[in-house]
Design a protein around this ligand. Structure first.
Ligand SMILES: [Zn+2]
Ligand SMILES: [Zn+2]
Ligand SMILES: [Zn+2]
Length: 405
C-alpha cells in the first residue's frame, strides 16, 4: 500500500507526479504551479492526495522538501482514513518503528530541522497532530522505512514512499525476494490494461512453505564487514544472515576490488573481452561501467534486479556499438532475469521484450549475411548518427534497420 509519492526536488518539473514518466511537455497544476502531470488522467488520479497539499503549497508560497511533503501527505491521509489498518494493509503507520531513541546527534539535528519546516508548512485549518506524533512520522521516514522510487524505465530515483507492509519482510544479504516498484499503466484508462502504481514483493526462486520471506535492504556488492556496518548504522541491527556469518563471496569481492584476479567464468571472460573490443567505440567512462557490470555478474544473486538492469544497459550499449551477437546475448539474459524480478507485465520488461525481438531480427540478418549487415549498418550510420546511450530509449530500437516482411 502506497502512502505517498512526492518527488526529489530537482525533478519536480521533469517527471509526472502521478506516473513518474519523463515528459517533454508536462502540464502544471494551475493552483499551486508546483505539481506537474502528463495529462488530465494523471492529474485526476493525483487529486485525492494532492488536494490538501495544493492549497498548503499555495499558502506557504513554495513547496517544502520531499521529506516534509511525504510526512504531510501521510498525515492528511491519516486524517481522511485513520491511522489504523485499511484494506490490504497488514501494518499500520502508527506501529512502525521510528528508532528515534537510537538517533545520533546528526539524526537528531535532522529531525529538529524537519520538525520546524513541517510546522511552518502545515496549515492551521488541517487537523492538528501532537509533536510526539509528528516526530514519529518524521522519524519513521528518516529511518529505514522510506523506499526510493524510480522512474518508468527504472533508471533514476525520482521519489520516496512509505510502504508499511514491507516492514514485515526481514533483511537477508542473500534474499529470496525482491521489491519492485511498478509504475502501473495510466494511459489505458477504463480498460483491462489500466493498472495502479504499486510496490510488488516478488520471489527470486522457489520458496518452501514456512520459509521466511526476505529482501536485502542494501547492495550486496560490499564485503561482509562493510555491509554489517551499514546495516547497523542505518537500520540498527547486527546482520546474522548466512552470508554475513560465513563471509561468503568476500574473497571474490576483494580480488575484484584490487583489480588482480578477475572472475574467471567463461561468460565473464567473454564479456571482458567484448568490453575491451568496445573500448574504442564507446567512450571510456562507459566501458569502465561495463567492466563493473562484469564484476557484478559473479557476485550477485543470479536473479538480482540490479544485475538484470546492468545487463540490459550493457546489452544495449553493445548493440548500439554494432556488437550485435554480444548485445543480443546480454539482452536475452537480462530479459530472463527481469521476467522473474519485474514480471512480464512491468513496463521495463515490456521494453526489453521489444528490444529482444528487434535485436534477434538483426542478429539473424547478421548471421545470414554478415557483409550485407555491415553495409546496411554503415549506410545507416552515414545517414544518421546513431545514439550510443547507456540506457534504452523510448524507441523500440536504434532504428538501424527497417522491418521488412
Ligand atoms: Zn503521468
Ligand atoms: Zn496543485
Ligand atoms: Zn547479512
Amino acid at each position: 500500500m502506497i502512502l505517498s509519492l512526492p518527488f526529489f526536488f530537482s525533478l519536480t518539473h521533469l517527471v509526472c507526479h502521478t506516473c513518474f514518466k519523463r515528459h517533454e511537455k508536462l502540464h502544471r497544476c494551475g493552483q499551486c504551479k508546483f505539481a506537474h502531470y502528463c495529462d488530465r488522467t494523471c492529474q485526476k488520479d493525483a487529486w485525492v492526495n494532492h488536494k490538501s497539499e495544493c492549497s498548503a503549497i499555495k499558502k506557504h508560497g513554495k513547496a517544502p522538501n520531499e521529506n516534509i511533503r511525504l510526512a504531510a501527505r501521510i498525515m492528511w491521509r491519516i486524517d481522511r482514513e485513520g491511522g489504523g489498518l485499511t484494506e490490504g494493509c497488514f501494518v499500520s503507520i502508527d506501529s512502525l518503528q521510528n528508532h528515534v531513541e537510537h538517533f545520533g546527534e546528526e539524526e537528531k539535528k535532522e529531525l529538529r530541522i524537519d520538525l520546524e519546516s513541517f510546522l511552518e508548512f502545515w496549515p492551521s485549518e488541517s487537523k492538528q497532530f501532537g509533536m510526539q506524533y509528528i516526530s514519529h512520522i518524521l522519524g519513521v521516514q528518516i529511518n529505514c522505512n522510506g523506499f526510493t522510487l524510480s522512474d518508468q524505465r527504472g533508471l533514476q530515483a525520482v521519489g520516496v514512499g512509505i510502504f508499511p507492509n514491507l516492514c514485515l519482510v526481514n533483511h537477508d544479504c542473500w534474499p529470496n525476494c525482491t521489491v519492485i516498484f511498478n509504475n502501473g499503466n495510466h494511459e489505458a484508462v477504463r480498460s483491462l490494461f489500466h493498472t495502479q502504481m504499486r510496490i510488488e514483493l516478488r520471489a527470486l526462486g522457489k520458496i518452501s512453505v514456512g520459509e521466511e520471506l526476505t529482501v536485502s535492504y542494501i547492495d550486496f556488492l560490499n564485503v561482509t564487514e562493510d555491509r554489517r556496518q551499514q546495516l547497523k548504522k542505518q537500520y540498527y541491527f547486527d546482520c546474522t544472515c548466512e552470508h554475513c556469518q560465513k563471509g561468503i563471496k568476500d574473497d571474490l569481492k576483494l580480488a575484484a576490488k584490487e583489480g588482480e584476479e578477475k572472475p574467471s567464468q567463461d561468460v565473464v571472460k567473454d564479456i571482458i573481452q567484448l568490453s575491451k573490443d568496445t573500448l574504442e567505440k564507446i567512450d571510456k567512462a562507459r566501458s569502465e561501467g561495463s567492466y563493473h557490470e562484469v564484476v557484478k555478474l559473479k557476485l550477485y544473486h543470479p536473479n538480482n534486479a540490479q544485475l538484470g538492469m546492468a545487463l540490459m544497459r550493457a546489452g544495449v550499449t553493445h548493440w548500439h556499438a554494432g556488437l550485435i551477437e554480444a548485445g543480443h546475448g546480454m539482452i536475452c539474459k537480462a530479459y530472463a532475469i527481469l521476467l522473474v524480478t519485474h514480471g512480464p507485465t512491468h513496463p521495463i520488461t515490456k521494453d526489453l521484450e521489444a528490444m529482444r525481438i528487434q535485436s534477434e531480427m538483426e542478429l539473424r540478418m547478421f548471421q545470414q549475411n554478415e557483409f550485407m549487415y555491415y553495409k546496411m549498418r554503415e549506410a545507416a550510420l552515414q545517414n544518421q548518427q546513431i545514439q550510443i546511450l547507456p540506457e534504452p530509449t523510448n524507441e523500440i530500437s536504434p532504428g538501424i534497420f527497417q522491418k521488412k516482411q
